[in-house]
Design a protein. Structure first.
Length: 396
């Protein structure tokens, strides 16, 4: 029998989706499953985007340019200008979701065996893309006790070796919801400059920052040749399914290299770009309403979560996630048990075990990542189910 590739064997399962078969089985039994495991927004897609999809007047659904539709990239420059980013259309490459943007960035900027530093807990799929590209990931640990603030500069410098090529930040952070301050970004800037590293900045959640401090993009740190910005329309317009993301960089050589991969995969999704372009213009009221809704959900969810005995979550200042510690020894076992064995009024809850967001297998064992992407009434019921589940689980 042929063997599986070493890369395939090293590829980790997604902590976000690995329990999905158990959730499907529960649903087939007629159980209501509150899905807090995945950042799938429940808010409607902008009507302008839906209308653009319904009224396509093309005779042929053709390939788009490998770098993305020119009209869409022109539209994106106006979007970025609202956040103080002076971006030229030629500095934008449209990708098949933020996922492809991450993978192509890794492939263009690093060789197999090179090292990249990221904070943990961190978005689990970064590891999957690193495995695909043959990159070694070294993690510096942030801690729940201080709200997952940026680790000390010394921790980054201790992780740097002659093979280190990049630092990756997600800001606002997935899975923690932490927003890095101007002072913290300045510290990263100095490290990047000192060691001449790339700074990969995943800024997908910039629309959802709940602090009073103005949001600072890595593109405005004065590191034009070092910064590669990763972006996506999935979260800000509730358009995860159209698979449209972006790479934005002022580094011409990086863009030219990324384009070789883009030409090899032909083109990003045509229909997705049509929807995304329509959603980007004239939807300020929509974006404001989404922001206010997520902020209200955050305020309710975190307060209610911390009222459950033994549960602790710091206050996230961005995105729509939090990592919480539970009064259990093994959160993955607990999450499985909730789906397979526990029912409260024919309801149960689905969460993502947080250990999968850490590189160190001994960390995050009693933590879960939860996404507050349901309406407040459902969040309330979900947390009632969680509280009842913990009572039963710990009294067995």
């Amino acid at each position: 029998m042929p063997t599986i590739s070493e890369r395939g064997l090293q590829m980790p399962s997604s902590p976000i989706r690995k329990l999905a078969p158990l959730a499907r089985a529960a649903k087939q039994e007629g159980v209501k499953v509150y899905r807090l495991n995945i950042g799938q927004p429940d808010l409607p897609t902008p009507q302008k985007g839906l209308d653009a999809l319904k009224t396509i007047d093309r005779k042929t659904l053709e390939y788009s340019p490998s770098e993305g539709l020119e009209s869409f990239r022109n539209t994106l420059t106006g979007y970025y200008a609202k956040f103080g980013l002076d971006v030229h259309p030629d500095e934008i490459i449209v990708t098949a979701g933020g996922s492809e943007a991450i993978l192509l960035t890794f492939l263009a900027c690093m060789n197999p065996g090179d090292e990249m530093i990221m904070t943990e807990p961190g978005y689990a799929n970064y590891i999957s893309f690193a495995v695909t590209a043959g990159i070694h990931v070294k993690a510096v640990t942030s801690h729940i006790e201080d709200g997952f603030a940026l680790p000390p500069v010394e921790a980054f410098e201790e992780a740097i070796t002659p093979r280190t090529r990049a630092i990756l930040l997600c800001n606002p952070n997935n899975p923690t919801g932490y927003v890095y301050s101007r002072e913290e970004l300045q510290k990263i800037k100095e490290i990047v400059r000192k060691y001449d590293l790339y700074l990969f900045s995943d800024e997908v959640y910039r629309e959802f920052v709940y602090t009073d401090e103005p949001y600072l993009s890595a593109l405005n740190l004065g590191l034009d040749q070092n910064v590669i910005l990763i972006d996506s329309v999935s979260k800000r317009y509730s358009e995860c399914g159209i698979r449209v993301g972006m790479i934005v960089t002022r580094n011409r050589l990086v863009r030219d290299t990324v384009m070789k991969y883009c030409q090899a995969r032909l083109s990003p999704p045509l229909l997705g770009q049509i929807v995304a372009e329509a959603s980007t213009v004239g939807t300020e009221a929509y974006s404001k309403a989404c922001f206010e809704e997520y902020k209200a959900r955050r305020d309710f969810f975190i307060k209610r979560l911390n009222q459950i005995p033994g549960v602790f979550s710091p206050m996230p200042h961005g995105a729509f996630y939090t990592v919480a510690s539970l009064p259990v020894a093994d959160a993955e076992e607990f999450c499985r048990w909730c789906l397979t064995d526990f029912r409260y009024e024919n309801q149960t809850i689905m969460m993502a075990p947080a250990a999968g967001f850490y590189r160190d297998p001994d960390l995050g064992r009693n933590q879960v990542r939860m996404a507050y992407v349901l309406k407040i009434e459902d969040l309330d019921r979900a947390l009632t189910v969680l509280e009842k589940a913990l009572e039963v689980y710990n009294s067995r």
